[in-house]
Design a protein around this ligand. Structure first.
Ligand code: CA
Length: 402
């Protein structure tokens, strides 16, 4: 734990802009609780990596990339982010985040394979560790987290993680405030692992109770167009790890393909799946997923006119997005951006969205995960300690919505 005094000392080390933002934050807080520092330092970084590392490579030109507008100083509309409260900070690198019925969240520590529970009052505890974690490279590790749709009775928590020889999905029961190590069971193996492009987000479909997983191309582009590869895909599987009978390709987990590194998945009020897509050097994407759809990678990055490919609904210069988490609340989409260091907000309108607007640009740094919170707002995690940012401890923020 840190006192408010210690917190303020830390804040004096921040840039002027960021310091002002933090002081504004503190004044909104009746209680500011910082959680324990439980993580370990990031593993060595491969500066040749493409995705997250673009932040490093292009930082010197980022100040010139001001094509978007920070809307936070303008009049707020319904669904816009409002007041921000810091719940906790941690030396873990938060990735997946799933809410428990009591309103606290289970968070995967990417680098340590620890699973931490964070309560809305900032109380934090390690509740277990994902076994069989492998050397994670730059972007692998403990990634997605999702609760079983029947969690109240079956207690299963699903994890997407890097293992020694693959990426895989496992499930572990969470009972009496702890992961039950003996319950660990493997759901799906054989997703190729790599230093980069591991994707990793997990979601259960709200209408079919099937498990959807975003997988990266594992830095091997042909994977994405091969429907029999588990990589570069949206996979759809039963909660036990089987292939659903109504999947679009025979004997395949593939639900959609032609993807590069889809780190964000979210379902809208119609049960449609939206996916954020980490592009290479030019365009990041927001895609509306169709069963069996081909989203174009590696032939296309961003919109193109190639027959048979489904174009993105929105696209961004990679300097302004490089997206990871995606959340939907009342059919407003929230896209967390790493290199772009902002939260993109847009409202679903039929098969498209309103023009994306940027919030928090430069205020909190790299944003990894955004999740709808039980109270109607969002929880948002920062990722400045993932080896690509300033090194500052990760923040877990509660964001009120208008
Ligand atoms: Ca695409």
């Amino acid at each position: 734990m840190q006192t408010s005094t210690e917190v303020n000392v830390q804040q004096k080390r921040l840039s002027t802009f960021r310091r002002l933002a933090q002081i504004k934050l503190v004044t909104r807080l009746p209680i500011l609780i910082f959680a324990g520092s439980l993580g370990i330092a990031c593993a060595g970084q491969n500066q040749n990596d493409i995705d997250d590392a673009r932040n490093d490579r292009d930082r010197d030109v980022q100040s010139e990339e001001t094509g978007s507008t920070d809307e936070s100083s303008e009049a707020l509309a319904p669904g816009d982010p409002g007041a921000v409260r810091q719940i906790a900070s941690t030396n873990e690198v938060p990735w997946g985040l799933a809410f428990l019925p009591d309103g606290s969240a289970l968070i995967a520590g990417r680098n340590t394979y620890n699973v931490i529970r964070v309560a809305p009052n900032g109380q934090t505890a390690v509740v277990g560790r994902i076994p069989n974690g492998g050397p994670r490279g730059s972007e692998g590790g403990a990634l997605g987290v999702a609760l079983s749709p029947n969690f109240a009775t079956d207690h299963w928590v699903y994890f997407f993680h890097t293992a020694p020889n693959d990426n895989r999905i496992v499930r572990i029961k969470y009972e009496n405030g702890q992961l039950v190590a003996s319950s660990h069971s493997v759901v799906l193996t054989g997703i190729a692992r790599a230093s980069i492009h591991n994707a990793g987000r997990l979601r259960f479909g709200p209408r079919d109770n099937m498990l959807y997983a975003g997988t990266g191309d594992a830095n091997n582009r042909p994977n994405s167009q091969n429907v029999n590869s588990k990589n570069g895909k949206i996979l759809r599987l039963t909660p036990e790890g089987g292939i659903p009978a109504d999947n679009p390709f025979p004997n395949s987990y593939t639900w959609a393909y032609g993807l590069r590194d889809p780190q964000g998945l979210a379902f809208d009020s119609q049960g449609r799946l939206w996916v954020s897509e980490f592009g290479q050097d030019t365009w990041d994407e927001l895609n509306l997923i169709q069963k069996g759809g081909n989203y174009g990678w590696p032939t296309c990055e961003g919109r193109c006119s190639t027959s048979g490919f489904i174009n993105p609904v929105q696209q961004w210069r990679t300097s302004e997005a490089s997206p990871s988490g995606l959340a939907i609340v009342k059919d407003v989409l929230y896209l967390a951006s790493l290199r772009g260091q902002r939260l993109w907000v847009m409202t679903i309108n039929g098969n498209t969205t309103t023009a994306p607007r940027a919030f928090f640009q430069g205020t909190y740094g790299r944003l990894r995960t955004v999740e709808p919170a039980p109270g109607g707002g969002l929880w948002l995690t920062t990722s400045n300690n993932d080896g690509r940012g300033s090194g500052a401890a990760a923040q877990i923020l509660d964001v009120a919505l208008q």
